[in-house]
Design a protein around this ligand. Structure first.
Ligand SMILES: C[C@](O)(CO)[C@H](O)COP(=O)(O)OP(=O)(O)OC[C@H]1O[C@@H](n2ccc(N)nc2=O)[C@H](O)[C@@H]1O
Ligand SMILES: Nc1ncnc2c1ncn2[C@@H]1O[C@H](COP(=O)(O)OP(=O)(O)OP(=O)(O)O)[C@@H](O)[C@H]1O
Length: 317
């Protein structure tokens, strides 16, 4: 029998093309209609055997900055059991330790190569958790199918199931119930990164204060049709994020970043998820370079990167 010595999984960031947010639920979450779109900014999670820890599961974690420039904030990644990738490995181990043939009693080390900006509203931690599930499932030979992995992902966070799937998908419930959607052609993106992060719970809290009595969230058929047709201009006109006013209230300088992108002819300019990263839809790769150049001049923009979508979800490399 051969023994796997290392498994590496590559996983994309997300941007939210529509984020319709309902009122706060009794459990503190909000019902969403969340159009996830996977973009070509990738973290990698590598799992190797570790020698310590008798009970198996994760035994150590390290992280390195593979970011496209400043403001990737690797120093904010916790290197302990609170890391979402560690929690994912722990959950998979606890669910499968007793299964026949499982190697989940073997302790592992997790190494994160991070290019997704930390606390930027692009689901970097969630992506790492999804990648850790796929990598440990392969390393331990636990053999859970994608549906079982998706169930575990949903227990870890609202954004964790999507990076398993990638592409473009509509998330309902608190965002974890996914329906794949068609995105024809390639969309060209610019992401403007901020020096500071924004806390997701704080942004949802600001939303509740700004919008008491919010209606139930509704999907937008115009956006879905534009995506299916690959009509970037129509996609740009239909983009929307209910959390944007809350993110702007917490970080007013983002307004100038958005304005700089609009002035450079972006087809759409909006805050990504809970922010503070701002996203811009461009007409082409060359136009994305020009928009990136323009938004770099905004005072709150620490760095701007170009990318494209959609791309597939977590996969072993
Ligand atoms: C803003 C988005 O990134 C858009 O994709 C997500 O909705 C956030 O997903 P996430 O970071 O995985 O969030 P979770 O770890 O599930 O929840 C963190 C906190 O965000 C708030 N939260 C999150 C998701 C949701 N549907 N309603 C919420 O109110 C809650 O305060 C929750 O305690
Ligand atoms: N693997 C991880 N990578 C990055 N941050 C992590 C990780 N695990 C835990 N964290 C913690 O989670 C916080 C949020 O980081 P993350 O990069 O996931 O934010 P985000 O992209 O805004 O999330 P989302 O878009 O899902 O709301 C960080 O400040 C950090 O303390």
């Amino acid at each position: 029998m051969t023994t796997t010595t290392a498994v590496t999984v590559r996983v994309p960031a997300k941007v939210n093309l529509q984020l319709a947010v309902g009122p706060a639920r009794e459990d503190g979450y909000h019902d969403l209609v969340n159009v996830f779109h996977a973009v070509a900014l990738f973290d990698e999670v590598t799992v190797t055997g570790a020698r310590t820890r008798a009970t198996g599961g994760p035994a150590g974690i390290s992280a390195e900055d593979a970011g496209p420039g400043p403001a990737s904030h690797i120093d904010r990644v916790p290197l302990d059991a609170s890391n979402l990738a560690w929690r994912a490995a722990e959950l998979l181990a606890s669910e499968t330790r007793e299964a026949p043939g499982s190697r989940a009693r073997k302790p592992v080390h997790l190494h994160l190569r991070k290019a997704i900006p930390v606390a930027g509203g692009m689901a970097g931690g969630s992506a790492d958790a999804a990648a850790a599930l796929v990598a440990c499932n392969a390393f331990w030979g636990t053999g859970l199918d994608r549906d079982r992995l998706r169930d575990l992902a949903a227990r870890l966070g609202s954004d964790v199931a999507f990076p398993l799937v990638g592409g473009t998908a509509v998330g309902t419930g608190r965002g974890e119930v996914l329906t794949p959607a068609r995105c024809a052609g390639r969309l060209h993106w610019v992401f403007a990164l901020s020096e500071g992060g924004l806390s997701t719970p704080e942004v949802f809290g600001a939303y509740d204060r700004l919008r008491p009595g919010a209606p139930a969230p509704q999907g937008d058929p115009v956006l879905m049709a534009a995506l299916a047709e690959g009509d970037a201009r129509a996609v740009g006109a239909a983009l929307g994020n209910d959390l944007q006013p809350a993110a702007l209230a917490l970080r007013p300088a983002l307004a100038e970043t958005l304005q700089a992108g609009r002035a450079a002819g972006a087809l759409g300019a909006f805050v990504s998820g809970s922010g503070p990263t701002c996203a811009f839809l461009a007409e082409s790769a060359a136009h994305a370079d020009a928009v990136a150049e323009a938004v770099r001049a905004a005072p709150d923009c620490a760095h701007a990167v170009t990318s494209y979508g959609d791309v597939p979800g977590a996969s072993v490399v």
